[in-house]
Design a protein around this ligand. Structure first.
Ligand SMILES: O=C([C@H](O)CO)[C@H](O)[C@H](O)COP(=O)(O)O
Length: 211
């Protein structure tokens, strides 16, 4: 089980490096988050690439159109994994998968807000998504809904792709997610927003165990 740490709002290359330098022993993937890419483009990916050759870099583009072009740009900047949205057209997702094949990279398809996941997950698997991410949107995290239960139901539809889980996961609730045996656990604020990110990452890694 891999740990992806997401760097989103208010981050920049310096603050990411300050945090990664303290927690790199606990983590596997650096996520350059969507808000950061909207603010700074792909420059953060370019700056982080040479500094962390041992960590995978995921560019959270959440591609909705222009699949080949946008994914290709992120791989050229140095990303190992690029995200696209399950709600995109098949042609878009196939283009992103094609760009990944060109660069030896991978595509993570984010199912956020998709209305018919049981059907779409099967199609994503068939299109060659490397990862399928079940994702609770930041804007719904406080709604009181049991998102872990929904993910547990949906994870059964993922047959071939690696499974990633994201959205509101933290050191306190992580067992509800590790119990689904995902390939990747994605955590943003639960680590980056903690008063002691190294302590939070250590607890998370311990609870992820030897998986
Ligand atoms: O992808 C994300 C979100 O859509 C904002 O761009 C986050 O990186 C992901 O949800 C993980 O962040 P937390 O919910 O803070 O753990």
């Amino acid at each position: 089980m891999k740990l992806q740490v997401a760097f989103d709002c208010g981050c920049n290359t310096r603050t990411i490096c300050d945090c990664v330098d303290r927690i790199s022993g606990y983590m596997d993937f650096i996520e350059v988050g969507t808000p950061l890419i909207i603010e700074k483009g792909l420059s953060t990916v370019r700056e982080l690439r040479p500094r962390y050759p041992h960590l995978k870099i995921l560019a959270d583009l959440k591609i909705m159109d222009g699949g080949f072009y946008e994914a290709n740009a992120a791989f050229e900047a140095g990303a190992d994994i690029v995200t696209a949205l399950a709600a995109a057209e098949d042609a878009t997702l196939k283009g992103a998968v094609e760009a990944a094949a060109k660069h030896g990279g991978e595509i993570m398809v984010d199912t956020i807000a998709h209305p018919d996941l049981p059907r779409r997950i099967g199609e994503l698997d068939a299109m060659g998504a490397d990862y399928i991410c079940l994702h609770t949107a930041k804007d719904t995290q406080g709604s009181g809904r049991d998102f872990a239960a929904f993910m547990r139901e949906m994870r059964g539809f993922v047959r071939h792709a690696k499974l990633a889980l994201a959205g509101g996961i933290n050191p306190e609730n992580i067992e509800s997610y590790t119990s689904m045996a995902p390939d990747v656990i994605i955590i943003g604020e639960g680590i980056t927003g903690a008063s002691d990110p190294a302590k939070a990452a250590g607890i998370v890694r311990e609870k992820m165990g030897a998986h």
